[in-house]
Design a protein around this ligand. Structure first.
Ligand SMILES: [Zn+2]
Length: 192
């Protein structure tokens, strides 16, 4: 899931326009940004959830470090504290709390769609059961949820841009760019 996370960024931008959209986009994807180098290093990875299964939502994700519950609590707090310490004056008094919550939103959305492949403790320590609500097992419903996040995210972003940007042409330009990113990532999700 790329598009659903990006949809959250659009919603938060409409709610807290002082936060840069670039920072929100990265924050919503942070665990996946960290996932990529670990895949390359062989510490994490993906495989078909069942032999022969392919297409949207067909993957079992091995990400016991970047997607463990405790890793994501630590990551969200870390981002929140750093933003609060260094960017509060530019982004607003509660920017740390908002950015921390946006980082954690990735884990919550992943919990909804992933099969039970999400560790509680980093590395699956302690032998605790892995969790995941498994909406990807009903791909149509998962895709509809992701599509709804994209539509609402793009619509709220556009509403805010048209309200706050002095130049109408610029507002439509920003909105078209973000809508393209959101819809493009949805197409990528559904076809990869
Ligand atoms: Zn993820």
């Amino acid at each position: 899931m790329l598009a659903g996370h990006f949809g959250i960024a659009g919603m938060v931008k409409a709610w807290r326009p002082a936060l840069p959209m670039g920072a929100l986009l990265v924050a919503t994807q942070l665990p996946d940004v960290l996932f990529l180098p670990l895949v390359l290093a062989g510490a994490e990875g993906m495989e078909a959830a069942e032999p022969g299964l392919s297409g949207y939502g067909s993957m079992w994700i091995h990400a016991p470090f970047t997607h463990a519950l405790v890793s994501n609590v630590v990551l969200a707090v870390l981002v929140g504290v750093l933003v609060h310490l260094f960017l509060r004056d530019r982004w607003g008094r509660d920017a740390g709390a908002v950015l921390g919550a946006v980082v954690f939103s990735h884990w919550v959305l992943d919990l909804v769609v992933h099969r039970p492949d999400i560790a509680i403790l980093p590395g699956g320590a302690g032998g605790l059961p892995s969790i995941g609500l498994g909406l990807w097992e009903i791909p149509l419903v998962a895709a509809a949820l992701e599509g709804a996040l994209v539509v609402v995210g793009a619509a709220l972003y556009t509403w805010r841009a048209l309200r706050d940007t002095p130049s109408r042409r610029r507002a439509w330009g920003y909105s078209a760019g973000i809508t393209l990113l959101l819809v493009g990532s949805l197409v990528f999700d559904l076809t990869s």
